[in-house]
Design a protein around this ligand. Structure first.
Ligand code: NAD
Length: 357
């Protein structure tokens, strides 16, 4: 059993998932592929949508090993598959959006469109279907926060015209659109604000801090820390995040929930841990901090813990080892540099996915 499978907590099913149809927009992505698999394992029918703008075909191949999985390659900005209007859909997870800072300058308009036009399309589907819909928002709605730890009632400190605005403001819009559909049409909505998440199935060239550091360490390159490394993040292992998403989808509260892991780490201590666990010869070097990079990030989870028994279970070192092992397996040349053995290996699956378009 892989580390990912072992680390998923037991959560009783709140509904009969075997009779449920779950739509996951963005299913080829990092978090959504783990979320899809969580429900496939519990017997739900899962329909995945993705246009692969930042998703990976390998994730869809892996999900296609489940007979209860169906996939449509589609850009949700443009349209949804016709079949979704004819068959019953019970739960919709809107996870479709690029999320890495390297994408903010590369595809800013696509990011703004998927979170506005794409989100509206899924909300319309939820309205027509009478389905419950969960919007995956982000801690970035808090911007560079003046309130610490961040509580859901904090309205944020966000730059409107900066390099990160296409993402931060798009997610704020998506939340407002979701709430408007609830208020005007009575759509059954949920909103989560995800804090930094990591784990197997992230893209190697994703540009986010953990894959960056791990791949630099695996290749013996300098590890690039921006600023003095004193800025903090609270990193959540992906299985803990999936458990939290599930708790919110099946609770009775439509207001936004922070989800993540409240353990705060500096970027410098994260870099040092990676050097240590990979026994890497990489040096840590410092570069100028990019504009609007948040200085502190820690979720207050009191609200989530008031409605569920959610506690993150995976400690930072174990999660990092599983993630590093995943990237080591992707780069066989660097395997001998990794002292890791017992944890997650990416699964290869020969079955190809169905592309209905
Ligand atoms: N991973 C994190 O730390 C984090 C933090 C905060 C919020 N989130 C949110 O969680 C969700 C998933 O994030 P992730 O890190 O897994 O990112 P990801 O890029 O791996 O997954 C997003 C998926 O959405 C797909 N997608 C994007 N635009 C699309 C479109 N127009 N039509 C169809 N598919 C489209 C991408 O191809 C990709 O497969 C996103 O909404 C993101 O904003 C993630």
């Amino acid at each position: 059993m892989s580390f990912v499978e072992r680390s998923l907590p037991f959560i009783p099913n709140p509904v009969n998932l075997e009779k449920s149809c779950i739509l996951v927009a963005g299913a080829a992505g990092f978090v959504p592929s783990h979320l899809s698999e969580f429900y496939l394992k519990r017997g739900a029918r899962v329909i995945g949508l993705d246009n692969f703008i930042t998703g990976q075909h390998a994730n869809v191949e892996l999900l296609s090993a489940y007979k209860n999985f169906e996939f449509h390659e589609v850009d949700i900005i443009e349209r949804l598959p016709e079949t979704l209007y004819r068959e019953k859909v019970d739960y919709i997870f809107n996870m479709a959006s690029p999320a890495s800072p390297i994408d903010f300058s590369r595809i800013p308009i696509e990011i703004m469109r998927v979170n506005s036009e794409g989100t509206r399309r899924l909300l319309e589907l939820a309205r027509v279907q009478g389905a419950r819909i969960l919007e995956a928002s982000t801690s970035e709605v808090y911007g560079d926060p003046e309130v610490h730890p961040q509580v859901e009632s904090y309205v944020g400190h966000v730059e409107i015209n900066g390099p990160r605005s296409c993402y931060d403001e798009a997610k704020r819009f998506a939340e407002a659109m979701t709430s408007s559909y609830r208020m005007k049409y009575g759509v059954d909505t949920r909103i989560i604000r995800i804090f930094n998440t990591y784990g197997p199935r992230m893209r190697a060239n994703d540009g986010r801090v953990i894959p960056n550091f791990i791949n630099q360490a695996l290749q013996g390159e300098d590890i690039t820390v921006y600023g003095d490394g004193g800025q903090t993040r609270s990193f959540c292992f992906v299985t803990d995040l999936v458990a939290a998403i599930h708790e919110v989808m099946f609770c009775n509260d439509y207001t936004p929930f922070n989800i993540g892991n409240p353990e705060e780490k500096t970027i410098l201590e994260t870099a040092k841990l990676i050097v240590e666990i990979l026994n890497s010869k990489s040096k840590i070097v410092f570069k100028e901090l990019p504009k609007d990079d948040p200085t502190r990030r820690r979720p207050c989870l009191a609200k989530l813990q008031a409605v569920s028994s959610y506690r993150p279970l995976v400690d930072f070192r174990s999660g990092m080892m599983a993630t590093a092992d995943y990237f080591s397996a992707l780069a066989p040349a660097s395997l001998e540099k990794s002292p890791l053995h017992d944890s997650f290996r990416p699964t290869k699956c020969s079955q190809s996915y169905t592309n209905s378009i």
